[in-house]
Design a protein around this ligand. Structure first.
Ligand SMILES: C[S@@+](CC[C@H](N)C(=O)[O-])C[C@H]1O[C@@H](n2cnc3c(N)ncnc32)[C@H](O)[C@@H]1O
Length: 399
């Protein structure tokens, strides 16, 4: 039975820009998780300082006094909350934030806001100017020892070319969340005159002739990710990794942008994909509500009892049988221990969600095709505890 729910509207301040709500929910959930994980292992990692850099800060289309509906307000409140929570467990880290904004008028709003905000608890600075021209100063501000999360959310795509970002990508102890403006890139990529510029953005030329919509999307996003990863500071034991989440147009069935995430830490990929999975459900509910409001406005008739706003929360996910086949093939060579790294590899390689893998395993264990050699007792929902590095085994009759 598919899980179904009614649509749920985005908060009022996001009306008309629901996709920004999805972006902000991801930022909020991931930053919180990341800073707490880094903070809790700070002594072991030798980290004394955590920084957040917003390369295209705004404030942009905000309707709230405290900028709670912008990446500025969201990041500052998450940083303060994490600092306070970490202090309670005697992890006293320094937290800093940097916001870069090119437009003078917008910058002055940003600056006014930060002046009110600045506190002993959390240092927040702002640079006015072009993000790319300021890269040297941004790196200086970061220093070499802090852990830094970079959020790059430009209006277009020309300022996040792989070669331009390369000096930042090479910085160790860094993670990135980049808004890849897929809708604009896809439109421009069809124009011959723009081939060179698109190749510069992606890090190499692409040939899209004869490809259908979803193959074009995959080629553009995967090429961009592959070349960003090539530049990312990494090592043999900690290779560059990337994941992404697809954000749809608020009304139409097509992607608006992809949020591309880069890290060299396997845990980052698993957490990011978990958050993306939850977000996908929120996205479905918000889109259903947005469409319903549009229908009601058009027709003038209330739809309270209309079933068309019921959302199948699992639609669009990869099919359970496809993931089962993946597991059977994965385990065909013998028993496998699946810990953080292996699970991150699997998620990165397929782009499927953690829940997709757990649901397929539930079924395979139920029919006796696979066994978790380390599980004691029944686990109806999460048969694999990847944090514990458990072993999965193919049962004889399915080998
Ligand atoms: C999409 S908005 C940012 C939205 C914000 N990140 C949020 O989520 O609330 C992009 C911002 O980047 C600024 N901008 C555009 N080009 C820039 C550049 N080259 N360097 C720095 N800022 C730039 C724009 O003025 C705008 O305020």
């Amino acid at each position: 039975m598919p899980k179904e729910k009614r649509g749920a509207q985005a908060p009022d301040e996001y009306r008309g820009r629901e996709q920004a709500y999805i972006k902000h929910e991801l930022l909020k959930a991931y930053l919180q998780k990341l800073f707490m994980i880094i903070g809790m292992s700070a002594s072991r990692l030798g980290i004394r300082e955590i920084c957040y850099v917003d390369g295209f800060a705004g404030p942009w289309s905000s309707t709230s006094e405290n900028l709670a509906d912008t990446s500025i307000g969201i990041s500052l409140s998450i940083l303060s909350q994490c600092k306070a929570d970490l202090s309670k467990v005697k992890q006293d880290l320094r937290f800093r934030a940097l916001f870069v904004e090119k437009d003078k008028k917008v910058f002055s709003k940003l600056n006014d806001f930060l002046e009110k905000w600045n506190s002993q608890e959390l240092e927040a600075n702002a640079f006015q100017g072009d993000f790319v021209s300021l890269l040297g100063q941004i790196q200086e501000w970061c220093g070499t020892r802090a852990f830094v999360f970079f959020f790059l959310d430009p209006k277009g795509w020309k300022d996040v070319r792989v070669d331009m970002l390369s000096p930042l990508l090479r910085r160790r102890q860094s993670e990135f969340l980049i808004n890849f403006m897929y809708e604009n890139v896809n439109r421009t990529a069809s124009m011959v005159d723009w081939n060179e510029k698109i190749a510069a953005l992606l890090g190499e030329p692409v040939d899209m002739s004869g490809l259908d919509g979803s193959s074009r999307e995959k080629l553009l996003v995967d090429t961009y990710r592959k070349n960003l990863k090539r530049e990312l500071a990494a090592s043999e034991s900690r290779p560059a990794r990337s994941a992404h989440v697809r954000v749809l147009d608020r009304k139409r069935e097509r992607p608006k942008y992809h949020l591309v995430y880069l890290t060299s830490h396997p845990r980052g990929i698993v957490e990011f994909m978990q958050i993306s999975e939850n977000l996908q459900q929120i996205q479905k509910l918000v889109r259903a509500a947005t469409k319903q409001v549009a229908r009601v406005t058009r027709s003038g008739q209330n739809e309270l009892f209309d079933g068309s706003d019921l959302v199948d929360l699992e639609s669009g996910n990869v099919g359970n049988e496809v993931v089962q086949a993946y597991w059977l093939n994965y385990l065909a060579g013998g028993d496998k221990r699946i810990g953080e790294e292996q699970f991150a590899d699997i998620l990165e390689q397929t782009g499927w969600f953690p829940g997709d893998f757990q649901r397929a395993l539930v079924r395979l264990i139920e029919v006796g095709a696979v066994r978790n050699l380390d599980a004691k007792g029944k686990r109806p929902k999460q048969p694999l505890h990847w944090k514990d590095g458990e072993r999965l085994s193919l049962m004889e009759r399915s080998q």
